[in-house]
Design a protein around this ligand. Structure first.
Ligand code: CA
Length: 513
């Protein structure tokens, strides 16, 4: 018989979650004497004490809501019993804590990566074909098919050919405030470390997002070589579809020949730029996978690497923790600026941060966005926050960074790609087969059951933390070593193995026309 288990995150918590697969029936007696008055599903909360009507419900030592009615000890604290707290105001937030001892450096860890002319390091060697506008994407997709069949086999050191397809570029208010976000996102993706530093672009000709606007002079600082090789489909020299394809293939082959000369070299782990995010979260996300990612994040920061955490609606409720962790006042102010911008963005759409949670989150035991956010923030570990990026900006520093993005998996991934990530870590509890073509995506399962059923989709099983078979530190170290192996090309993620690639999705807060 399995022993009934609950997981309590903090000694001040008046609820805990049921850890057993399938949940537990009424009448279950825990080793400490707590008896279930009702059935409690897996990952859902049980009251550890009698909670009066209107009293705070506390998890992670944070008030995640207030009791809608009296809740007796041993009862399932079901979502409808939890009234969501108001969002924390953005005034009078805690100041950055001064005089903290920095995390101890972690030395001696390396990986095999592709060094770029700008100093960045790729974990894969990929030809990316940028597009100014959606109009060209069918043609580019056709060309990419032929490049893969006819050209790629001749260049064995190149891993892949990827079209940077998107729906932007025309039919948009390109001078509106906010339009700079999708434009700089596309610009910065073209210089992702996995693409070797030279850009290739296919344009239509009449689109609003002209090549010179996408890549202004100096946008891609490469010595000697032409900055961007552009194929324009409306160019008078193209007579017929076959000519367009031949042009694209000719330009692609020049790039493939250059990329093929690149070789992996040993570089310090400090060259990693890791983007972390979660999707399909459940109550275990904040107990198993996200704390393990947070542990690995601290290891990476200690090794000198950059780690980005994101997902504004999922950190909004913890803004007071984050300003206290900011490295200085400027960083704290930048965090507040990004939160305020997003509050306003949501308000314009007639919603607030509570629009984030999904039916699956709730089924998985997360009552509301406050509870979800507390579990999400843990991914950032304990390091001071060294910097903040606005959506689509390029990262130019090391350490733990808040890269402001929506929580939408595809938009967050796309923006982290633009920031320059060369490895992606993704935690999931409900299960999602998410992957990106441009960067390896390491998926971490929050539950044993998910890791077992999706054994050929999940790379790391953090569910062993809930079952007591591993510690947060065990899984954190395992993830850290796996990241170095994947970065070096010694191991592939399951998403790479099956070639599971989600579409890039631009964040465009500006109007379309
Ligand atoms: Ca997400």
């Amino acid at each position: 018989m399995t022993i009934p288990r609950t997981i309590r995150m903090h000694e001040n918590d008046n609820v805990a979650i049921v850890a057993n697969t399938g949940g537990l029936p009424a009448g279950t007696v825990f080793p400490d004497g707590l008896t279930l008055a009702t059935r409690v599903p897996e990952g859902h909360k049980v009251a550890l004490v009698d909670i009066a009507e209107g009293a705070p419900i506390v998890r992670y030592d944070v008030t995640i809501g207030y009791a809608q009615q009296p809740i007796a000890r041993g009862t399932w604290v079901e979502e409808s019993l939890v009234r969501m707290p108001a969002a924390r105001g953005l005034d009078d937030l805690p100041k950055p804590v001064r005089g903290r001892a920095p995390l101890a450096p972690l030395e001696g860890y390396t990986f095999e990566g592709f060094r770029n002319p700008d100093g960045s390091v790729g974990t894969r060697n990929i030809l990316a074909i940028s597009e100014t506008v959606q109009c060209v994407s069918g043609v580019v997709a056709f060309a990419v098919q032929r490049i893969k069949q006819e050209l790629l086999p001749k260049y064995p050191n190149v891993d892949d050919v990827v079209a940077i397809e998107h729906t932007y570029g025309c039919g948009v208010a390109i001078d509106a405030p906010g339009a700079e976000i999708p434009i700089r996102t596309l610009r910065n993706i073209a210089t992702n470390p996995n693409f070797g530093g030279r850009a290739m672009l296919v344009s239509l000709g009449c689109e609003k997002l002209q090549p010179a606007r996408l890549f202004p002079q100096g946008a891609i600082p490469i010595q000697g070589a032409q900055q961007v090789d552009t194929v324009c489909l409306q160019d008078a020299a193209h007579v017929g579809f076959g000519d367009m394809i031949a042009s694209i293939m000719r330009t692609a082959e020049q790039h493939l020949a250059e990329l093929d000369k690149r070789r992996r070299e040993t570089v310090p782990a400090a060259e990693l730029v890791v983007g972390v995010q979660c999707g399909g979260s459940d109550a275990f996300s904040g107990v198993t996978a996200n704390p393990a990612v947070g542990f690995a994040s601290d290891l990476l920061v200690r090794a000198g690497a950059a780690v980005m955490f994101s997902e504004t609606t999922e950190v909004r409720d913890g803004i007071d923790q984050l300003t206290a962790r900011a490295a200085d006042d400027d960083v704290a102010q930048a965090m507040i600026r990004e939160m305020a911008w997003y509050d306003e963005y949501l308000k314009r759409g007639g919603v607030d941060r509570s629009a984030n949670t999904t039916p699956g989150n709730k089924k998985g035991g997360l009552a509301n966005i406050t509870e979800k956010a507390m579990g999400s923030i843990i991914k950032s570990g304990t390091a001071p926050i060294a910097g903040v990026l606005a959506p689509g900006e390029k990262l130019r520093q090391k350490g733990l960074i808040y890269a402001a993005t929506p929580a939408s998996d595809f938009i967050c991934g796309t923006l982290q790609l633009a920031a320059g990530m060369n490895l992606h870590v993704f935690t999931t509890g409900r299960g999602t087969p998410y992957g990106l073509a441009a960067v390896p995506v390491v998926k971490v399962a929050t539950r044993d059951d998910l890791a077992r059923r999706w054994h050929d989709l999940m790379d790391i099983n953090a569910g062993r933390i809930a079952t007591g078979d591993a510690t947060i530190a065990d899984v954190g170290w395992e993830l850290f070593h796996f990241l170095l192996d994947v970065a070096s090309g010694r191991k592939k993620t399951w998403a790479e193995h099956w070639r599971l690639h989600n579409a890039l999705t631009l964040f465009n807060p500006a109007p379309v026309t």
